[in-house]
Ligand binder design. Structure first.
Ligand code: ADP
Ligand code: MG
Length: 346
């Protein structure tokens, strides 16, 4: 929601705006040598770096009808940090580039940056630069994230082996059901602008969609317990799509056990209300930003002791394919369904 006060960006100009957005930044990480203010930032990493970027486009990746600007800023950072954690690395720096139309006020951009800075503080990351430009229409946010890890501990998607156990953090499908509720309420609002938006009782799933977190805690757990996953990916597009990525790149098959897949009660109930099979929310619903990884069988006890990690399957010989073993005792091929496919079912 925009604040009552509205300052046009033209009154500050590009440099004035950048100053306003970045004036309070204090660098926290020793590898961040110089941040905003010069032609380029300077970083001096102690070890190997990973680097990633994600772009968010208004109308494609977010809808400002139901996305608060502060949440949008926060999420634009989180989706990038999640990719760094998925390499078993620790994010240290981000760069943020924005393209903004004159629809947006200085106050609106400040709200986005409040969310960005909140994520930086929470995840101990430095905002070291970016770019600012005008856009004819709409808002675009691009974030680059840079992380560090010893080379031998970086985890990729292509190193799972037959016999490894498949694990996932948190619970799945919530962000998709949150989006479904938000889209329904938007439609109600468009049909009858006087109707009030009804989100009560959906706090958990709406929160999963609007303010996701990245699994910093899990990477710290791996370090404490001396676990190096044999492969890892973060769940941005849905469990089936991510399992297929691991299997394809590692040349292995997989059995996923339906009864192991963690789904929160609120997600489960809301899926039934919308006529969707809850397991399909987990398989095809995106944006949960949980970690999917494989471990050596010898690490099973360590992982089992963690309250927020579920063992959901096992990697197999490639010739056995990629299968879902259902609660009813049947096997189904896992195919990659974009989360859009869920809409046809609803
Ligand atoms: P240049 O013209 O050399 O590209 P800019 O005027 O774009 O320089 O940027 C000046 C400084 O401000 C740079 O250090 C740049 O990284 C930083 N910066 C520009 N836009 C942003 C932004 N949206 N968020 C954070 N830092 C920014
Ligand atoms: Mg520039």
């Amino acid at each position: 929601m925009e604040k009552a006060k509205r300052t046009e960006i033209s009154t500050l100009g590009e440099f004035g705006l950048i100053d306003k957005l970045t004036q309070h930044i204090q660098l926290k990480n020793t590898s961040s040598v110089k941040g905003v203010g010069d032609d380029a930032a300077i970083i001096q990493p102690a070890t190997t770096q990973v680097i990633t970027t994600d772009i968010l486009v208004e109308g494609i990746h977010f809808d400002l009808v139901y996305t608060p600007l502060k949440h949008l800023g926060y999420k634009s950072v989180i989706v990038n940090l999640s990719d760094v954690y998925a390499m078993n690395a620790t994010p240290k720096q981000i760069l943020v580039s924005i393209a903004i139309s004159n629809r947006f006020s200085v106050e609106a951009i400040e709200e986005i940056y409040e969310g960005i800075q909140l994520a930086c503080t929470k995840y101990n990351v430095d905002l070291i630069g970016g770019d600012t430009t005008a856009s004819p229409k709409g808002l675009v946010i691009n974030v680059v994230a840079i992380g560090e890890q010893e080379k031998s501990k970086i985890v990729t998607r292509n190193t799972a082996k037959e016999g490894d156990l498949l694990c996932v953090t948190g619970d799945l499908g919530g962000a998709y059901m949150g989006l479904t509720v938000l889209q329904r309420e938007k439609q109600v609002f468009l049909n009858a602008p006087d109707a009030s938006i009804e989100l009560a009782g959906n706090d958990y799933i709406v929160g999963r969609q609007l303010k996701p977190e990245a699994r910093k805690d899990i990477i710290e757990f791996f370090a404490e317990e001396n676990i190096i996953p044999t492969s890892m990916i973060d769940i941005s597009d849905g469990l089936s799509s991510e399992i297929l990525h691991l299997c394809k790149q590692s040349n292995v098959g997989c059995q996923l056990n339906e009864d192991g897949v963690p789904i929160a009660n609120e997600t489960y109930d809301k899926a039934l209300e919308f006529g969707i099979d809850p397991i399909n929310c987990a398989l095809s619903g995106g944006e949960d930003y949980e970690l999917l990884f494989t471990i050596l069988p010898s690490d099973k006890n360590k992982v089992n002791a963690h309250p927020d990690i579920s063992i959901i399957g096992e990697m197999l010989d490639e010739n056995l394919g990629v299968k879902l073993f259902t609660k009813g005792g049947n096997y189904h091929d896992i195919i990659s369904l974009g989360w859009n496919s869920l809409k046809d079912e609803a």
